[in-house]
Design a protein around this ligand. Sequence first.
Ligand SMILES: [Zn+2]
Length: 116
Amino acid sequence: MRVSREFTFSGAHRLPEYRGKCERLHGHTWRLRVTVRAPVQPHGIAFDFAELDRVVGERVLSALDHSDLNALMPDPSAERIAQWVWRALAGLPLEEVRVWESERCFVAYRGEGDDA
Ligand SMILES: [Zn+2]
C-alpha cells in the first residue's frame, strides 16, 4: 500500500546558473508530498499518518520552512529539494517524493541517482 501525506513550506531560493525568473532571490510556497510503501498490518494500517507527519516535521520542515534554501543545498531547484528530502528521510520505506514549485509544476523523485 502506498501512503502519502502532503505538506507546504515557505522557502527562498535563487538559481545562479539559470537564466530566467528563478535566477534572482525570491520565495515560493512549496508543496511536498511524501509517499511511503508498506504492507497493511492486521490492525488495518500500513503506515501511520501521524508518524509520517512527525518524521517529516522533525527532519524536513524544521530545516526547510522559512529558510534560505541556498544555505542548505546548492542550486535548490524543485529537483534538488526532492533529492534533499529523500536523503533526509533515509530509513523510511520511501516510494516517492514530489515537490511542487507552483500549482501546476512539480517533480517526482524515487531515489534514482543524483543526476536522474
Ligand atoms: Zn523559484
